[in-house]
Structures are given as structure tokens and as C-alpha cells.
Design a protein around this ligand. Structure first.
Ligand code: NAP
Length: 470
């Protein structure tokens, strides 16, 4: 895949880059390793000042950064601005909370025959981050902010279609004051990942991307005995039960499917509706989807911009065609418009069956699959009947059903009467083929820490844990 910015709204290649040479990559790893030795000896307070400066810079440059993201991958300008703002908030969150998340945790010394015992969280070194294009700033930031605060350094291999956003991120952390090498962008293709992750100086990897990329990185990491966090695909269920507020559910369903032009791992993709309200929901949902305006992502009136690549657009159209050829019904959309750019209309497909690709595959664009079920148990069976387990949504005003969905949906999160989203305050990640490990919250920060047990016998200097992270 060429490393280049191609505007998905026009198909024009705007800027291309030569991949870095082996020597350049090696030098970058060396700088990351040196920077790690420097960073781990700085205080959390100092790192917090740098991360706060990064938040200030993000906010100051918001519009320009958003324009760049829209140009590189086609999200609407409004969504891109919101993404920058969210990244700044995440920086401020980790700058404020790191001391608490990294503080020594006292243990019961008496129970382990110690004078003093505690758990300490320490950085592990350079971490490789392989990232996707769909939230080109946020996906990186939700790794980078906690990792840098913990004292690790980052090596970013970003998706090949967002090189300018990748370089902007390196520049951001440098301008914010982090030491040279603390965060470096490697302009390389995915074939280089093996060599980088095999380097003994690189201690771990995080990947957000497809199942295939996850398997590949997990194999390398397994061979090299390195820790990984994998945030992979999803085919999130959105269950609507008879007691749901149908207007609200249909409104949120539309956003949940089409935000980011339908290219979100946690987009609701399968809409599983109880037969008692199926027709009423389907009518509202299809009407809302049809009403969305598709077009120039820089236009403030646009709801849905182009897909990020021609291949991505062709893939979802092939999935829709496959379903239609095997007997599915299209309630709206289903045909890409003529003309330049990789646009696809919001589409609702129903009468789906297990032999259709849409039944089991992730659909990464504004295409919703609509399923009719006749009971709570059948709703859960269809919802869990996927190899993925990232997010899930349940719409019901019945308190008993709310509790049961929270327990029964097999996913990394359950959002009841709301849309799955990510918050710095809450852990984020999946089960099954959606990956493992968690990002965000204290858990995300500790994924790339050495959770060190400290046991002190006779002659302890003080009682209780030290204030290491303060
Ligand atoms: P992708 O093809 O897997 O690309 C993601 C990143 O992995 C890119 O940097 C890509 O580099 C690299 N890559 C691809 N194949 C690789 C391999 N075999 N070895 C090492 N690196 C490899 O994913 P995508 O299609 O661009 O992104 C969409 C997918 O990401 C969807 O499945 C979506 O659900 C998932 N996603 C998951 C989350 C989550 O939090 N769970 C969030 C967002 C997206 P190149 O660009 O150079 O190929």
C-alpha cells in the first residue's frame, strides 16, 4: 500500500512519501530507547505538564488539524473538530489522573509475612503502536496519552493513508516538550512491523485494526514473547425491545450506524428488533437513514462523507450485493452514486440469512442489517451469534431486561438506552475476535506497565507504600 494522502471525496492523490529506510527505522528505535531512559526518570508532574501543553496545542490548532483529517480520510469536518477536542480532553484527563493511577498500592503486609508490601507500576520501554485511519488522531491518542504519562515511549506505525496526521502527532508531542524520541512516527508499510516488533529494544505492541492484522501481530509477539493489546473489529448488536422509546431508538440507531461515515469499530451494525415493534422501528429507521445528506465532508450540511478508500467502498457494496442475490430486501440505499469520490448511501437491508456475508462479517460503512426476533432469548442468541464481541446496545425500559442484557450480552461493553462510545474514564476493549486487553481508564494506562510486587522484610525504612507516583 503506498504511503500517501488521497482525498476520498475526489480520489486525487495529494501527497506521497517514500517509506523510511531500515537505517532510519533503526535510528528511530534507538532514539525511542534513549528517550525511555530519560522519560522514566522524570516525575509524573513533569510529564503531566508536557501532556497539558499537548492539549493546549491541539485546541489551538483544532481547525487546521480537523481539515487535514477530513482531507486524508473523509470524515465530516464537524466530526473531525469533535475528535480533536476529545483528544485534548483525554490528554487533560491523563495529565490529572496519572499520579492516582500509578500510585503505589499498599498490600496487607501481615498476610504475606512482610514488614511492608506494595504494588508499584513502572514503565516498560518503547511500545509499537500500529493504528488505523478511521479516527486517525483519537486512536493514537488513547494509546499515547496514558503510555507517555506512565513513562513509556511510543513508535507509531500509522495506516498508510494518513501519513500527514501521523507526522502531525510526532510534531505535537515534540512541540509540547516531551524529549526527542519520546514519540516517533515510522513511515513504513505493514511488512516492516515484524522487524520493528522483533527488535529487542521494542518491548510491546498495541494494534487497533482488523482481525487479520491482529492475528499477524499476535503471532510475531508470541514468537518474541512480547505483550500485546489488540483492539480489532466488531459487529455490534443494537437490540430493540417492545418497551423501548422507538423514536429515540431509531434516531440513535441512525447516528450509531452512520457516524464517521459508518466506519467505526463500535458502530452498531446489526439491528435486532422484537417482532412487536419491528415494522414501526424499521419504518422510522429507514426514513432517518434516507434523510441523511451524503456529500462533501467539508460542507457543514453534510451528514455522511465518502468512505476512506475505493476498496472499502467496493467491499461494502459487494456485501450488500451478496445479500440481495441471496434473497435479502433493501429498505433504502444500496447503490453507490456515479461520479468521483468513494460515496455510499446509508442503506438498510433486511431478510438476512446465515449464508449471507452480512450475517457474519463486519460491514465497515453506512449499511445496517435489520433482524426480526420474537423473544428476549432469541434477541440475545442473535446478538451473541457472531465471532466478534466489542460493543453492544440494548433498548428497553424494562428494569429486569436491562439487568439481563447487562449480564447476557457477550461483549466488552453494554450500553443500555444509549449508543456505544468511548470515554477516558471507562475501560474500552473487546472479547472473542474483537481482541484483548483494555485501553482508557486506569486499566489502559497499566497495560504497558510492569506491575511490580515489592516485599520488604526486616529493616523496612517506613511503614506502608511510598508515594512513588506523586
Ligand atoms: P487494517 O487493515 O488492519 O489496518 C490497521 C493498521 O494495521 C494499519 O496501520 C495497517 O497498515 C496495519 N496492518 C494491516 N495489516 C497488517 C499486518 N498483516 N501486519 C501488521 N500491520 C498490519 O484495518 P483497517 O481496515 O484499516 O481498519 C478498519 C478495521 O479496524 C476494522 O476492522 C475496525 O473494526 C477496526 N477497528 C477497531 C477498533 C477498536 O478499537 N477495536 C477501532 C477502530 C478500528 P497499512 O495501512 O500500511 O496497511
Amino acid at each position: 500500500m503506498p504511503i500517501a494522502t488521497t482525498n476520498p471525496a475526489t480520489g486525487q492523490v495529494l501527497k506521497s512519501y517514500d517509506p523510511m529506510s531500515e537505517e532510519q527505522v533503526d535510528a528511530a528505535i534507538e532514539r525511542a530507547d534513549l528517550a525511555y531512559r530519560q522519560l522514566r526518570d522524570t516525575t509524573v508532574a513533569q510529564r503531566g505538564r508536557w501532556l497539558t501543553a499537548a492539549a493546549d496545542l491541539l485546541e489551538a490548532d483544532r481547525d487546521e488539524t480537523a481539515r487535514l483529517m477530513t482531507t486524508e480520510m473523509g470524515k465530516t469536518y464537524a466530526a473531525a473538530k469533535a475528535e480533536v477536542t476529545k483528544c485534548a480532553a483525554a490528554c487533560r484527563f491523563y495529565a490529572a489522573k496519572a499520579a492516582e493511577f500509578l500510585a503505589d498500592e499498599p498490600a496487607d503486609a501481615g498476610a504475606v509475612s512482610a514488614t511492608r508490601a506494595f504494588v508499584r507500576y513502572q514503565p516498560i520501554g518503547p511500545v509499537l503502536a500500529v493504528m488505523p485511519w478511521n479516527f486517525p488522531l483519537w486512536q493514537v491518542m488513547r494509546f499515547a496519552a496514558p503510555a507517555l504519562m506512565a513513562g513509556n515511549t511510543g513508535l507509531l506505525k500509522h495506516a498508510s493513508n494518513v501519513p500527514q496526521t501521523a507526522l502531525l502527532l510526532e510534531d505535537l508531542f515534540r512541540r509540547a516538550g516531551f524529549p526527542e524520541g519520546a514519540f516517533t512516527t515510522l513511515l513504513v508499510g505493514s511488512a516492516e512491523v515484524d522487524r520493528v516488533l522483533s527488535d529487542p529494544r521494542v518491548r510491546a505492541a498495541t494494534l487497533t485494526g482488523s482481525e487479520g492484522a491482529g492475528r499477524s501481530i499476535a503471532q510475531i509477539a508470541g514468537r518474541e514473547l512480547k505483550k500485546t493489546v489488540l483492539e480489532l473489529g466488531g459487529s455490534d448488536p443494537f437490540v430493540v425491545m417492545p418497551s423501548a422509546d422507538l423514536d429515540r431508538a431509531a434516531e440513535v440507531a441512525t447516528t450509531a450506524r452512520c457516524q464517521n461515515n459508518g466506519q467505526s469499530c463500535i458502530a452498531a451494525k446489526r439491528f435486532i428488533v422484537h417482532a412487536d415493534v419491528f415494522d414501526a422501528f424499521a419504518e422510522r429507521f429507514a426514513a432517518n437513514m434516507s434523510a441523511l445528506r451524503v456529500g462533501d465532508p467539508m460542507d457543514p450540511d453534510t451528514d455522511v462523507g465518502p468512505l476512506a478508500s475505493e476498496g472499502g467502498r467496493d467491499e461494502i457494496h459487494a456485501q450488500v450485493r451478496d445479500a440481495v442475490d441471496k434473497g435479502a430486501t433493501v429498505l433504502c440505499g444500496g447503490e453507490p452514486p456515479a461520479g468521483p469520490g468513494w460515496f455510499y448511501p446509508p442503506t438498510v437491508v433486511t431478510d438476512l440469512r446465515p449464508e449471507m456475508r452480512m450475517w457474519s462479517e463486519e460491514v465497515f460503512g453506512p449499511v445496517a442489517g435489520l433482524y426480526r426476533v420474537s423473544s428476549y432469548d432469541e434477541a440475545v442468541e442473535v446478538a451473541n451469534g457472531t465471532s466478534f464481541g466489542l460493543g453492544s446496545n440494548a433498548w428497553t425500559r424494562d428494569p429486569d431486561e436491562q439487568e439481563r442484557f447487562a449480564a447476557d450480552l457477550d461483549a466488552g461493553n453494554v450500553f443500555v438506552n444509549g449508543m456505544t462510545t468511548s470515554y477516558p474514564e471507562l475501560p474500552f476493549g473487546g472479547v472473542k475476535n474483537s481482541g484483548y486487553g483494555r485501553e482508557l481508564s486506569a486499566l489502559g494506562m497499566r497495560e504497558f506497565c510492569n506491575t511490580k510486587t515489592v516485599w520488604v522484610g526486616e529493616g523496612a525504612a517506613t511503614a506502608g507504600a511510598g508515594a512513588h507516583a506523586e
